[in-house]
Design a protein around this ligand. Structure first.
Ligand SMILES: NC(=O)c1ccc[n+]([C@@H]2O[C@H](COP(=O)([O-])OP(=O)(O)OC[C@H]3O[C@@H](n4cnc5c(N)ncnc54)[C@H](O)[C@@H]3O)[C@@H](O)[C@H]2O)c1
Length: 377
């Protein structure tokens, strides 16, 4: 195994895990070290040795080391230096933390792709509201920065970190994950939310449009899982047997049943559930759970409500809903298809994310959040 910062940072982070939440670690430009770890290469024996050294330090000093140096390398890791949550965690007892209800995201680091707007922005807000820290990773970097600035201002501390990513580009996703390793030493929850939709008849849709949707919605999840699972597995090598990380993909109601004239989207959303089940089987040994969330229609979001390009406008103009004279008529027609008589909201999705994170006895599942519109058998 190559000996890189991006590998060592997650392992050091994992070693500080209290069984639920590891500390945030970050790089310092110093050679001073309170704890020096010696290794020629990183393997199971080395990590066991490192963990013993780390635990001995905790026991003797009754506090976390301020910095950790890996012998032979010209750099050190500071433990919990950058973010307020880390300072809180450093002040936390050294014994295992007891997690209570409403405490599921406290001190955890999440990353949400497509986090600049729509469901993604709502998920970012929700996870921060539940006590977590969130990376907002989006192709729309300006939008991600704007949202992060606003959330940091509101919180009075750094709770959101913007990152550029194009989820269809391996190099871009790898670079995003390297940034994460250097900034917080890996992460706890990866939410693969970036998605696009181009509807069209199977008889008419261009291959270009079909592949555009498939690349973002299906292949993008594979690429993101590849690099997220690598870092999470390094982190979990150091964390003992109790810590689990989560990869969560935002599929759709259209991942559970077909969608008329929308095959490229539904096919990709079904596809990510197949990937979820397969990755879950493999990654359980890395202490990573993998689950999909399948929301119903999000009527407040731009896809439906944009005043120019939104689906409500399109459906009114094309007469898709017989008898509908106003946008409200179109909306009611769609709401009335849902037993619970409303669209899906971001808080519904956040609740489902909190459920799969908190639930330690489930993986490989597709959780519907459809107001009863799709019922599993
Ligand atoms: N809107 C709905 O009704 C609905 C229902 C069920 C599921 N979903 C799913 O929820 C997710 C979010 O949907 P939304 O309606 O909020 O979408 P949206 O169009 O409002 O936002 C999508 C975000 O993803 C970003 N993005 C697009 N391509 C990207 C790429 N290649 N790399 C990085 N970022 C990229 C965009 O910049 C944007 O910020 C999608 O996966 C979608 O399929 C949406």
């Amino acid at each position: 195994m190559e000996f890189k910062r991006e590998i060592v940072a997650p392992i050091v982070r994992g070693m500080s895990s209290d069984g639920e939440t590891p500390l945030i670690v970050t790089f310092l430009e110093t050679n001073k070290a309170e704890l020096t770890l010696v290794a020629q290469e990183v393997n199971a024996t080395t990590i066991e040795k490192w963990r013993n050294q780390f635990n001995t330090f905790l026991k003797e000093k009754q506090r976390y080391p301020k910095s950790v140096k890996v012998d032979g390398e010209g750099w050190s890791l500071g433990v919990g230096r950058t973010l307020e949550e880390a300072r809180m965690a450093q002040g936390a007892p050294l014994t295992k933390r007891v997690v209570t209800r409403g405490d599921v995201m406290r001190g955890k680091v999440a990353l949400v792709t497509g986090g600049a707007q729509g469901f993604g922005a709502g998920i970012v807000r929700g996870l921060i509201g539940e006590g977590g820290i969130a990376y907002i990773a989006d192709m729309n970097f300006e939008g991600a920065k704007e949202l992060a600035n606003q959330l940091n201002r509101d919180a009075g501390r750094e709770v959101a970190i913007p990152l550029f990513v194009n989820v269809t580009d391996e190099a871009s996703v790898e670079e995003m994950m390297n940034q994460v390793a250097l900034k917080t030493g890996s992460l706890d929850i990866f939410v693969s939310n970036a998605g696009v939709l181009r509807a069209g008849s199977v008889k008419e849709q261009t291959l270009k449009d079909f592949q555009f949707v498939t690349n973002v919605d299906y292949t993008g999840f594979f690429i993101c899982s590849k690099f997220a699972s690598r870092q999470m597995s390094y982190q979990n090598l150091g964390s003992g047997n109790t810590h689990f990380s989560d990869i969560i993909v935002i599929s759709s109601k259209s991942g559970l049943e077909g969608s008329n004239r929308n095959g490229s989207y539904a096919g990709a959303k079904f596809g990510v559930i197949g990937l979820t089940q397969s990755f879950a089987l493999e990654l359980v040994s890395d202490k990573i759970k993998v689950n999909a969330i399948c929301p119903g229609n999000f009527f407040e979001g731009p896809l439906w409500s944009d005043p120019v390009t939104g689906l409500f406008v399109q459906y009114l103009e094309t007469g898709k809903v017989p008898g509908a004279k106003t946008l409200h008529d179109v909306r009611r027609a769609y709401e009335s298809k849902v037993p619970l008589d409303r669209g899906c909201r971001t808080e519904d999705v956040v609740r489902a994310i909190c459920y799969v994170v908190e639930q330690k006895y489930e993986t490989g599942q597709a959780v519907p959040v459809t107001g009863g519109q799709v019922m599993l058998n």
